[in-house]
Design a protein around this ligand. Structure first.
Ligand code: FEO
Length: 167
């Protein structure tokens, strides 16, 4: 694989693992305020992000490259409200979408169409994530200070299960 492409993939591995770490920290925050459904939703998110990172590591290796792991930044530990946490998730996912778009720019720049095809899966995934998280943000805004609404949403988020995406 082109050196520039490999470097860009490696930096995305770090971004995916950081996402996983951030959501693990959010899981811990939600546990600390006894919102176990939100915490459980975050755990699934942690698993998905780990999957994304490892999927990229596998791809780097498949293309004859070498995965290089860098330090993962320390995530924040607490949020003022569930809404503040989810607004951060949305902003974070929008940033990740931008990173994937940059990665595709590199792939096109070095004429690596195989990498572009691989990255298309991530683009679809980002559309789904931004939409799901955006809906949760909207609902939290509607709920405002209504604790019964919050508990209802907590029960709903508890139903999410991790489904291993087909490779
Ligand atoms: Fe791996 Fe949430 O993007």
């Amino acid at each position: 694989m082109n050196e520039k492409m490999e470097k860009a993939f490696n930096s995305q591995v770090n971004a995916e693992l950081y996402s996983s770490y951030l959501y693990l920290s959010m899981e811990s925050y939600f546990q600390s305020v006894s919102l176990s459904g939100f915490a459980s939703w975050m755990r699934i998110q942690v698993q998905e992000e780990l999957f994304h990172g490892i999927k990229m590591v596998d791809y780097i290796h498949e293309r004859g490259g070498k995965a290089k792991l860098e330090a993962i930044a320390k995530p924040e530990e607490k949020w003022e409200t569930p809404l503040a946490a989810f607004e951060q998730v949305l902003a974070h996912e929008q940033r990740v979408t931008g990173l994937i778009n940059n990665l595709i720019d590199v792939a096109l720049d070095v004429r690596d169409h195989a990498a572009k095809a691989f990255l298309d899966w991530f683009i679809t995934e980002q559309v789904e994530e931004e939409s799901t998280v955006g809906q949760i943000v909207d609902r939290l805004r509607l709920i405002g200070n209504d604790s019964s609404g919050l508990f209802f949403l907590d029960a709903e988020l508890a139903k999410r299960v991790f489904v291993m995406p087909v490779k």
